[in-house]
Design a protein around this ligand. Structure first.
Ligand code: ADP
Ligand code: ZN
Length: 518
């Protein structure tokens, strides 16, 4: 690590050491390499470009879309003794000209600009005369149409980059995580072999868990009774389901609020405020709830339905435990949720490529719901963080159920998938293995396969569950299509050659479903 960087961290910010990731990013920038930093909000992105800005000659440009935050950021830097300024649409032409003169005279190490500024040829002419060692792009996903907040003005950043001689180092930052968006940022900002660093996704105070096959109403009722006087959010995937869970809670005498886009703005604001003030403990909501809520003492987030992807899930689940105290995030999984999400994808206006992407992300979500690995690790890996430790608190880390050797069953499944030429889904594969008498099976002559009926003794649910576990454990994969087909992965070979064995946690007894609901 560059000793000057550590010194700057201590002198200007008063921190002892860099967080994981910051060091790597700063080193790369100081080595003259482009970087792409993927870090959630609060992970400490700013320091990654501010410290290089302090150490490099000239003035670093920071492109940020958040005009309202610019002044605060610059004020904070100034009071730490760092020379920074900004230009955006809040300034008069006169003020802008004055500031740019001061910048040209070398009075500042950092210049914050809104991307719209860059559309002005006149402004770019001013910038061309500066010595610019580094351009930092905040909220870099705004450059990608795959991101959730595409801004055309971000495209002009590349023009700026091409204007300046010698070419500055580019440092792009975002909290978004999908591979598609990451790659797109690198392409559109013309990053040159960027050092990619993803960091800070682990939330050690959150205990994640997945519950499969439970009666959801029973579970929610029991959970809420076991967590009295705690603030919690229950997410459901549709307005109708929100209404249904909400009236169920009301029928139990639980004073819960509800929130979805079908309610009036007034109603929503009222509910949100009541929750914020702790007048209301529980909110049942669609994903419309959460943007802009800032409540730190949410103790649990229950997902009555599985969301469309892990990014959405973690963002919603992550609203628990903002204060650093323990929080719980429970995902109630049912196969019906997958059907619902597929329906949403099919109904959407998106083009085919985008839909394929959505199916892929949905498969990842389903995999999370079936993995036997540490759930926290599964999430940070999904976000691209490599070295994590099992959290010790999630549903899987604390799972004391026995592991059963299912190597024989797994081999039959692999053989069957292979015999079916990797072209069919989980349900049909399970039917063939169970020896079902089914029109489709006869149509394809699958009743003549060697694997036909080989797992007759297994129930349909356990068999389907086992296939999903094999997907989650990386032996199988699901294709990125509306009707995902099961395909074989590399590790299958070791199992077939007898070099590795396959284990599965024994599923708990099915929870009781008989309960009269009048
Ligand atoms: P982001 O831009 O990623 O949302 P910030 O750059 O605003 O995050 O940093 C979030 C908080 O973490 C700030 O209060 C910042 O001072 C603090 N922080 C950043 N780096 C460190 C560090 N190495 N040690 C301690 N605190 C840090
Ligand atoms: Zn864990």
């Amino acid at each position: 690590m560059n000793p000057q960087a550590i010194e700057a961290l201590q002198t200007y910010y008063g921190y002892d050491r860099f967080r994981a990731g910051q060091e790597k990013l700063i080193d790369a920038i100081l080595d003259g390499r482009d970087v792409l930093g993927i870090m959630p909000t609060g992970a400490g992105k700013s320091i990654c470009y501010q410290i290089p800005a302090l150490l490099l000659p000239g003035v670093t440009l920071v492109v940020s879309p958040l005009i309202s935050l610019m002044k605060d950021q610059v004020d904070a830097l100034n009071s730490a003794g760092i020379e920074a300024t900004y230009v955006n649409s809040s300034l008069s032409a006169r003020e802008t000209a004055d500031r740019m003169r001061a910048v040209a005279a070398g009075h500042y190490k950092l210049l914050y600009i809104a991307p719209e500024r860059l559309e002005s040829e006149q402004f770019r002419a001013l910038v061309r005369r500066l010595e610019v060692p580094l351009i930092a792009v905040d909220e870099a996903h705004c450059v990608s149409q795959w991101g959730h907040d595409f801004r055309p003005s971000y495209m002009t950043i590349v023009r700026l980059l091409q204007d300046i001689e010698p070419r500055p180092v580019m440092a792009a930052f975002t909290a978004t995580a999908t591979d598609v968006v990451k790659d797109d940022i690198a392409v559109r900002l013309k990053l040159r072999d960027p050092a990619r660093v993803t960091t800070g996704y682990a939330r050690s105070n959150l205990a994640m868990s997945v519950v499969r096959g439970a009666d959801k109403r029973d579970f929610v009722e029991r959970y809420i009774r076991e967590h009295p006087d705690q603030a919690g959010i229950i997410y459901a995937s549709t307005r109708r389901e929100v209404e249904s869970v909400h009236s169920f809670l009301r029928s139990l005498g639980v004073p819960a609020g509800k929130y979805h886009a079908g309610l009036s703005e007034e109603e929503r604001a009222e509910t949100q405020e009541a929750f914020q003030r702790d007048d209301l403990q529980i909110i049942v909501a669609t994903n419309a709830f959460g943007m802009g809520i800032d409540k730190s003492n949410v103790r649990y987030v229950l997902h009555n339905n599985m969301p469309k992807n892990l990014e959405a899930y973690y963002q919603e689940a992550g609203r628990a435990g903002r204060d650093g105290d323990p929080g719980e995030c429970v995902l109630l999984f049912s196969a019906q949720d997958v059907v619902t999400q597929k329906f949403f994808i099919e109904q959407s206006e998106a083009d085919e490529e985008r839909k394929r992407n959505d199916y892929r992300l949905l498969n990842d979500m389903v995999q999370y719901a079936h993995t036997g690995d540490c759930l926290q690790l599964a999430i940070v890996r999904y976000f691209g963080e490599e070295n994590g430790q099992p959290c010790g608190t999630c549903g899987n880390c604390t799972d004391t159920r026995e592991s059963k050797d299912v190597t024989e069953e797994a081999r039959f499944i692999f053989a069957c998938v292979s015999e079916m030429k990797q072209r069919f889904g989980v349900t049909l594969t399970a039917k063939v293995l169970r020896g079902a008498n089914d029109a489709k099976i006869r149509q394809f002559n699958f009743d003549r396969l060697r694997s036909y009926g080989r797992l007759k003794h297994m129930g349909e649910k356990p068999l389907v569950q086992l296939i999903h576990t094999l997907v989650a454990d990386g032996y199988l994969r699901m294709s990125d299509t509306a009707y995902p087909v099961v395909q074989l992965m590399e590790p299958v070979l070791e199992v077939m050659r007898g070099e590795a064995r396959v284990y599965q946690k024994v599923e708990p007894e099915a929870p009781p479903v008989s309960r009269s609901r009048s």
